[in-house]
Design a protein around this ligand. Structure first.
Ligand SMILES: [Zn+2]
Length: 347
């Protein structure tokens, strides 16, 4: 595990972890993005992270449903276990059939927080389904949510998809070995994938995939300031801290095949142009510099003028709940299912 340049970030991480452990369901997701697209001097479009500023006046999420005539009627039953008594007045339950678009469905059901909820919900499932294109008439969303200190938080969510022919599930749970909670399917596999070669020692979640926004050339990782930034592959540092007004502190690393890896918005850089680094070497620490509204890493790959998808280049893995924590996870899933199920039963 790479060492951080200073101990302070770990203190923050420790405090955060403790806080999260004390309250498993105090999710701290923030509402989404209204993202400006920047163009850095060398012509590469670079998006900024808007992932955490509360929406003012509503966030527009372009989610469209294919025409009903093209949509098979889903006959997938929601995997709800009933009968577990749970009385948690903190969580609101939204249970809706998708009409027209995800954004409109949430906005109609929740005029005040629908836009933020839609954005947080969308990020749970963006690895598996394109919510702008793949929703169909009859699809159903169920979510346990509330507004916490940092915006809309989700404890559990379901998406019954006609296109996939199954129900995706996401239950919040923090493994003992992790710094952050994540979302897991009922079978204990993480709903998000992880890059095989990660640019960060640890992070909370990927807030933007390349496929989410064609105008945004990188992947965004939500992570506290001070997280170690890692060389995904061995290479040579080609430049640092260019166009800092937009990029903040930044590092560019050239792999042996000529691919350029860019790491933006760092709190500090720890390498110099011309320096050789090996895979896993620390390049700096994550931050919130340049045109960035929340601590995160923008990771981008270019080959010539082409933008490459880190998901394709590095490959991904799916993590699982550890064997020793499966009982605890199942118990949480049962409680959350009861929350969702009680609401369904009351309709
Ligand atoms: Zn970005």
């Amino acid at each position: 595990m790479p060492k951080l340049p200073s101990g302070r970030p770990w203190l923050l991480a420790g405090l955060l972890t403790t806080s999260l452990s004390l309250n498993l369901y105090m999710v701290t997701h923030r509402p989404p993005p209204a993202r400006p697209v920047l163009v850095v001097p060398d012509g590469e479009p670079v998006g900024v992270n808007e992932a955490v500023s509360p929406p003012s006046g509503g966030v527009s999420i372009p989610v469209e449903v294919v025409p009903a005539s093209m949509s098979p009627t889903p006959d997938v039953a929601l995997p709800i276990e009933r009968g577990v008594a749970v009385n948690n007045p903190d969580w609101n339950i939204l249970d809706e059939e998708v009409s027209h678009s995800l954004a409109r469905t949430f906005a109609k059901a929740e005029p005040k927080n629908g836009a933020a909820l839609s954005a947080v919900y969308s990020r749970l499932f963006h690895w598996d389904i394109d919510l702008r294109r793949d929703l169909r008439k009859g699809d159903r969303v169920v979510v346990a949510w509330k507004v916490g200190d940092h915006g809309v938080e989700i404890a559990a969510a379901l998406l019954t998809s006609g296109k996939l022919g199954r129900t995706l599930s996401a239950y919040r749970f923090k493994r003992g070995s992790d710094a952050f909670p994540s979302f897991w399917e009922r079978d204990g596999s993480e709903i998000a994938r992880r890059l095989k070669e990660s640019p960060l020692a640890d992070y909370e979640m990927v807030t933007s995939l390349l496929k989410d926004r064609p105008s945004h050339a990188g992947m965004d990782f939500k992570t506290p300031e001070g997280t170690a930034i890692i060389a995904t592959r061995a290479g040579t540092i080609t430049r640092t801290n260019w166009n800092t007004r937009a990029n903040g502190n930044c590092v560019e690393l050239k792999f042996s095949d000529g691919t350029l890896a860019k790491y933006l918005h760092l709190s500090k850089t720890g390498v110099k142009p011309g320096q050789r680094v090996s895979a896993g070497g620390v390049l700096g620490a994550s931050g919130n510099t340049g045109r960035s509204t929340a601590p995160h890493l923008h990771y981008q790959l270019n080959k010539g003028r082409r933008v490459l998808d880190p998901v394709t280049i590095h490959g991904t893995v799916k993590r699982s709940i550890h064997t020793g924590e499966r009982d605890a996870f199942r118990s949480d899933v049962a409680r959350l299912d009861a929350l969702l199920g009680n609401a369904l039963a009351r309709r």
